[in-house]
Ligand binder design. Structure first.
Ligand SMILES: Cc1cc2nc3c(=O)[nH]c(=O)nc-3n(C[C@H](O)[C@H](O)[C@H](O)COP(=O)(O)O)c2cc1C
Length: 239
């Protein structure tokens, strides 16, 4: 059965929630869906201890929570991120979670599973800031190694209370989300997504950096990880 992991940047059952529910509708019967609502299901703030970067991710004060979310993401065929725009950006709760995955950015220890994954980012705003909100999330996904990311961003324009949004506007949003869901449903998830040039270029640049760092300090955590994966040789995290 297909697995979907959803990270919601708000706990509120408002517009973001409704849009996400519409998107998930076509998957309900055939997918195993795991959802996280932030901040309730998320970690506390990153305190900058850098234990995850320098030593082990398990040394983070929030490791239990972060690792539970990471496991669900690594096991998923499709990742879904939802967020309202808060002052032109994603919510503080989502930023907090993304900070905790700094150690999974390519210059550190990216997870090879991410290179073949598909993701959808759904954002909405009243008038402006939906795209920069999606970009906040996309920046992390791209640096984690995810190539196949579809963004769907909405401008509500008149009203932020779902029940008061004009029916015409609601049905326009519904059609766009259902079309996206149907497109995502057609994918053969037994095959990894194509890794694009942007992700490959990032990987190759970091590979050079890691090779250099390793010459200076062969005990460097990230270098050892890259080496153990064979990425400094001919092995690549994509097929
Ligand atoms: C703190 C806060 C900041 C917001 N900032 C913006 C913004 O910069 N631009 C915008 O168009 N809407 C902004 N909004 C509206 C939200 O993006 C969203 O449309 C609204 O919260 C309804 O979604 P929800 O029911 O999922 O919370 C803001 C809302 C809140 C609560």
């Amino acid at each position: 059965m297909m697995k979907i992991t959803v990270i919601n940047a708000t706990e509120k059952k408002g517009v973001t929630y409704r849009l996400k529910e519409i998107f998930l509708e076509p998957f309900r019967e055939n997918a195993d869906i795991t959802e996280f609502y932030l901040p309730k299901d998320g970690p506390g703030f990153c305190t900058g201890c850098t234990n995850c970067f320098r030593e082990k991710q398990e040394m983070c004060k929030d490791a239990a929570c972060v690792q539970r979310i990471e496991k669900a993401m690594l096991e998923a065929d499709l990742l879904v991120f939802t967020s309202p725009a808060y002052v032109f950006h994603t919510t503080g709760a989502m930023k907090t979670l993304l900070d905790h995955f700094g150690y999974r950015w390519m210059p550190h220890r990216p997870a090879k599973e991410m290179f073949g994954k598909r993701a959808v980012i759904i954002t909405q705003c009243l008038g402006a800031g939906g795209s920069s909100t999606a970009k906040d999330i996309h920046d992390s996904l791209s640096w984690w190694g995810v190539s196949c990311v579809k963004k769907s961003s909405f401008k509500l324009m008149s009203e932020i209370n779902w029940d008061k949004i004009p029916e015409k506007k609601r049905s326009e949003m519904r059609s766009k989300l259902i079309r996206l869901a149907e497109r995502m449903l057609k994918i053969d998830y037994s095959r990894p997504a194509h890794t694009n040039l942007i992700v490959k270029a990032k990987f190759m640049a970091v590979r050079m950096l890691q090779t250099d760092l390793g010459k200076k300090n062969p005990e460097y955590t990230d270098f050892k990880y890259w080496k153990a994966n064979g990425w400094l040789g001919k092995t690549r995290p994509w097929k």
